[in-house]
Design a binder for this molecule. Structure first.
Ligand SMILES: [Zn+2]
Length: 233
């Protein structure tokens, strides 16, 4: 299978002046589907160089020559065409480790929507919280109003299909904090024992939005595949 890693970033198009985002798949590194954002360390060799590629501006369709600056192995900047030829890479400073990831996390916390950082847990069942308890997610403390659980449909359980092994233990909480109402899904990965917490809009009408856990689904609550939602409190 053709694997790759991906550079994510943005630059100002010199032709039309719009700030545009890019997604550049590369096979130059370990090809383990890693995502590289500004501030990430991409190259364990501690080297200095520009990674260059062409990117078509989605606004004006100009083909731009993009240069990603790698300084001591860290993705430190994005330069376009001629401005990069005037750069001396060893003059660039290293920047905060994980710069763009931290900014993205701050943004998620401000909106109170999205995935919190995963937590490593032990083997064994998850702790259930109850109505009236508090739960912290995305730096906000929430009060629990209702408690649900995603449970596998009976016909899936009876069929013994392969999909069962993807099922993640979980609790789904309807919560409130001040004026904000949300759904918080706390799910534990069966193999890694990692606990992932997702905060989404207060809407459980998810019958039509079932997907595999971990896939991209925006701000909405999306139920695990082959499950039904059962209210337990
Ligand atoms: Zn453009």
């Amino acid at each position: 299978m053709g694997m790759f890693d991906t550079f994510w970033g943005k630059y100002k198009c010199p032709s039309c002046g719009h700030t545009v985002q890019f997604e550049e798949q590369t096979k130059r590194y370990e090809c383990i589907l890693e995502d590289f954002y500004l501030g990430d360390y991409v190259d364990r060799g501690n080297r200095n160089y520009f990674y260059d590629f062409e990117h078509e501006c989605p606004v004006c369709h100009t083909n731009n020559e993009i240069y990603i600056a790698i300084r001591r192995g860290q993705y430190v900047g994005v330069y376009v065409g001629r401005e990069s030829s005037e750069m001396e890479i060893t003059k660039l400073e290293n920047i905060e480790d994980g710069y763009a990831r931290r900014r993205a996390y701050e943004h998620i916390c401000e909106r109170k929507l999205g995935y919190d950082n995963p937590i490593k847990a032990d083997d064994g069942p998850m702790d259930q919280k109850h109505v009236g308890d508090h739960i912290t997610a995305l730096k906000t403390q929430w009060e629990i109003l209702e408690v649900y659980k995603e449970v596998l449909d009976d016909d899936v359980l009876n069929s013994g299909r392969f999909i069962r092994s993807f099922y993640e233990d979980n609790y789904i909480y309807r919560v409130i904090s001040g004026e904000d109402r949300r759904i918080i899904a706390v799910r534990k990965h069966d193999f890694t024992h990692e606990i992932r917490t997702k905060v989404s809009m207060d809407d459980l009408s998810s019958e039509l939005r079932t997907k595999y856990v971990g896939s991209e689904e925006g701000d909405m609550f999306v139920m695990q595949s082959d499950c039904k939602l059962v209210k337990i409190e």
